[in-house]
Design a protein around this ligand. Structure first.
Ligand code: HEC
Length: 128
């Protein structure tokens, strides 16, 4: 019986390794593209934030359901309008750290960065 040359046994194996290599390189390439796109998005959103003149007001609006429109509470809830910024900030940071016990505020404040809370408290302090 005629023996096949040894190379024919190796060929399929060589071919699959080659394909695998190419696939891997493509994956790396795609990942790199994703990473670059993400960086671009982060850059964009950072500059969008810096340029949005209504950012503080919009962030503060997320508190209105409970603390009233523009921080003027109509019910039993604390009004935030016109309160000293430092006082508000201190309370929020105490909620965040767990220092100040709460039913809900300790969870809400964790959804905001300290910078965002600074913006929100400054906005409420400026309300009449
Ligand atoms: C779902 C309702 C709800 C929302 C939304 C909400 N709060 Fe509150 N807030 C409360 C409640 C209830 C308390 C009383 C503490 C507690 O039990 O959590 C409180 C307490 C506070 C206090 C302390 C008041 C005081 O003088 O003791 C501050 C300051 C405050 N909230 C700020 C905010 C800010 C800023 C936001 C928006 C980022 C916000 N809250 C969103 C319900 C809410």
């Amino acid at each position: 019986m005629r023996r096949l040359p040894e190379i024919t046994l190796w060929l399929p194996l060589l071919a699959t390794t080659k394909l695998h290599d190419i696939q891997e390189r493509r994956d790396i390439d795609v990942n790199l593209k994703h990473a670059l796109a993400m960086l671009g998005l982060i850059g964009l959103s950072a500059s969008a934030q810096a340029q949005d003149p209504n950012l503080a007001r919009n962030l503060a609006a997320t508190c209105a359901n409970c603390h009233g429109t523009n921080g003027h509470s109509l019910g039993g809830m604390e009004s935030l309008a016109g309160e000293a910024k430092d006082k508000l900030m201190q309370k929020l940071m105490d909620y965040k750290s767990g220092e100040k016990p709460a039913t809900i505020m300790h969870q809400i404040v964790k959804g905001y960065s300290d910078t965002q809370l600074e913006l929100i408290t400054a906005w409420y302090a400026a309300q009449k």
